[in-house]
Design a protein around this ligand. Structure first.
Ligand code: SF4
Ligand code: SF4
Length: 302
């Protein structure tokens, strides 16, 4: 169970082993080492009932279907995730021995991989750093930026808007930082480190912005490849409740074989993720249709 197929550019689904041994198309869609690296990166780590922090933060239904069904992924969609891994490897190979990198720890609720920990910013503080490769749009939201319409002081002199004030978009930087899932993730790693007797003074996310050099990024006030975002502490009580509930949902589903309910709105980006980006969309849709049929049958028998 797990990722067993690649989706080719012409939408054919190809068994990963078959793809790697012999592509049936006249030329591969990308170099074999890249395909091998993608195949390795999506392989289930076989941790059994131990779930990673990133797995538990996502939708339980999605995670259950990823564990219990075979599914296909488009290798092109994995490239930016691979960029993330590449960034991790570069940072790992260049780090000093006083720094903890790429270390996997676990507790009773979850496992988590620490990107970097130590006196990383030269401020004498023990810092936990998490790397994220992201878009300028997500970076814009994470920085708390937003835009408002403000009058320019001029008015339209003709046309349907004649006499109305001209407006311009003005960027503000005092909005709510949209980083909650990231903050929960980094705090979960903090709790892991502390449970293993490592003191954490400060937490940061190091954002690598893929498209920072584009004009649209400049309009979002994002013009550097790297941003450091300080993360505030979330209480351990909240983290234990949150991850305890997510783990209990998964354990119960795995024990009973009953698929969890649809993912929450926030886990599906308000529904945008399902059809276009969720790799188990087909299995999810099939399960919903079967559920509906059972409900109709039961209603008919009543
Ligand atoms: S190399 Fe690309 S096109 Fe060829 S089978 Fe693999 S995924 Fe499909
Ligand atoms: S299709 Fe949507 S609801 Fe279904 S598993 Fe995927 S994200 Fe969750």
């Amino acid at each position: 169970m797990g990722v067993t197929q690649f989706i080719c550019p012409n939408k054919d689904k190809m068994n990963i082993e078959q793809c790697l041994s012999l592509c049936p198309h006249h030329i591969r869609c990308m170099g074999k080492p890249t395909l091998e690296a993608i195949a390795k990166s999506v392989k289930d780590r076989g941790l059994g009932r131990k779930y990673s922090v990133t797995e538990l933060i996502g939708g339980s239904r999605e995670l259950y279907l990823k564990k219990m069904t075979d599914y296909a992924i488009n290798p092109f969609d994995q490239i930016f995730a691979m960029h993330g891994s590449a960034v991790h490897s570069i940072c790992e190979s260049n780090s000093s021995s006083a720094v903890l990198t790429e270390t996997r720890l676990s507790n009773a609720l979850y496992t988590g991989q620490i990107d970097a920990y130590g006196d990383l910013l030269g401020n004498g503080k023990m810092v936990l750093l998490d790397y994220k490769v992201t878009s300028s749009y997500k970076a814009y939201l994470a920085m708390g930026y937003y835009k408002v319409d403000e009058p320019t002081g001029e008015v339209y002199k003709s046309g349907v808007k004649k006499g109305m004030p001209k407006m311009r978009k003005v960027l503000k930087a005092d909005g709510v930082r949209k980083i909650l899932p990231w903050a929960i993730q980094v705090n979960a790693y903090r709790m892991l480190l502390e449970e293993h007797n490592f003191r954490v003074d400060e937490m940061y996310i190091q954002l690598y912005v893929r498209d920072y050099s584009l004009r649209i990024s400049a309009e979002r006030n994002i013009n550097k490849p790297i941003y450091l975002l300080k993360v505030n502490k979330i209480s351990n009580e909240y983290l234990k409740r949150y991850f305890g509930m997510k783990k209990a949902i998964m354990d119960s589903a795995m024990d009973s074989g009953v698929i969890p309910g649809l993912c929450r709105k926030s886990e599906t980006w308000n529904g945008r993720k399902c059809e276009n980006y969720c790799p188990v969309f087909e299995a999810c849709k099939k399960a919903s249709e079967e559920h509906q049929t059972v409900r109709e049958t039961l209603a008919g028998a009543a």
